[in-house]
Design a protein around this ligand. Sequence first.
Ligand SMILES: Cc1cc2nc3c(=O)[nH]c(=O)nc-3n(C[C@H](O)[C@H](O)[C@H](O)COP(=O)(O)OP(=O)(O)OC[C@H]3O[C@@H](n4cnc5c(N)ncnc54)[C@H](O)[C@@H]3O)c2cc1C
Length: 388
Amino acid sequence: MKIGIVGGGPAGLFYAYLMQRDRIACGQPPHDIRIVERDAEDATYGWGVVFSDVALAFVRDIAPGLYDAMTAKQEVFDEMAVVHRGVHVTLAHNTFHRMARIDLLKALHAACRKVGVAIEFGRRVDDPAAFGACDLVIAADGANSAIRTRYAEHFQPTLDERPNLLVWYGTTRLFDALSLIFRQVDDGLVIAHTYRYSPKLSTFLVECDPATYVKSGLHRMSEADSLAYCEHAFADDLQGHRLLSNRSSWFRYTMVSNARWHHENIVLIGDALRTGHPSVGSGTRLAMQDSIALFQAYKTCGEDVPTMLEEFVRIRQPGSESLRKAALKSTAWYEDLGPKLSLDPVAFAYDYVTRSGRVDHAEVRKRDPELADAFERMHPEVFAARPI
Ligand SMILES: Cc1cc2nc3c(=O)[nH]c(=O)nc-3n(C[C@H](O)[C@H](O)[C@H](O)COP(=O)(O)OP(=O)(O)OC[C@H]3O[C@@H](n4cnc5c(N)ncnc54)[C@H](O)[C@@H]3O)c2cc1C
């Protein structure tokens, strides 16, 4: 097949790798695959990425060699912490794998090259015609997909810009536990989502609501002043370490979904198709699962592109939709924290754990008996009227 791929992020790269590896394994001539990536090869934004245990298991199952390369430099820790009023409440049995985003991309670049897929860097594609006649065009060009925008009347995207503001920093302070830190400051509330992803660095994503953003003056601060404000707000947590900027500026997160996933021979995958949210850390997982599903649709339907694309939607839509809904619920929890700030640290952490509505007390007890015990001890009134 002749396949043009717009975007060399996890979705586009992983799909190309799976397709070409399969041809080699079947002893067939290679597909004609072309990946075009706007950025330079060593360019990367952000800091680390985090995957839950479950999220990495699916890569291990389908591509063990890539899994080994991806995880060669990973950090794995089994703990989360919710910090409210300066008190750390530990949430046990939350295994997360963390790695630098650039290391993930490098592992995918190497995997693609190994199966003979070339990647063209430093070139932007806004029109699928750039590939000439093609059997299939993969729009893996991220959350602001130009291809999706070009065919918006067919894909019918919904772009739901959330109210909270976010900024990605790094720091040399190493947070082994994936920590959610809630700090009440004079101007309102600031939240840090932070985790160590290498022996030297942690990701430090700061979030605040619109009222705090304006009252603090962050909306008109320079990059350096914003960074200094956040360093001050989280001084107790950073313990003398600095925040690091990588062209870090505030943005509002847009949750993307599409009524239609394909049009003619063009299909959306990854963030172009639907985004998760940093608070559930599932964007890379969703993107790579799309690649697997599209590859599996090819294995089921062969080169009959319309049938293959229908099959892709059929197998992928239910899982994708349930994760998207979970991401939306999680996002909404962070957007309405005011009434919860009066909770004591244990009740606050408990509220966090049960925020999706899918985890009840029995489930908390199963996953984290210490938290269940602490909550029962401190809040017997919750259980007085009903059996535990
Ligand atoms: C700073 C940051 C940190 C993140 N941290 C996490 C995390 O910890 N865990 C997690 O799971 N997810 C995280 N995410 C989300 C995650 O990066 C995305 O969900 C995931 O990368 C989606 O993969 P993708 O391939 O669909 O899109 P992307 O990774 O966005 O890749 C799209 C690629 O297309 C290229 N491109 C765009 N337009 C064009 C064009 N017109 N022509 C050619 N190329 C183009 C872009 O340069 C980019 O390389 C983070 C995102 C950001 C921005």
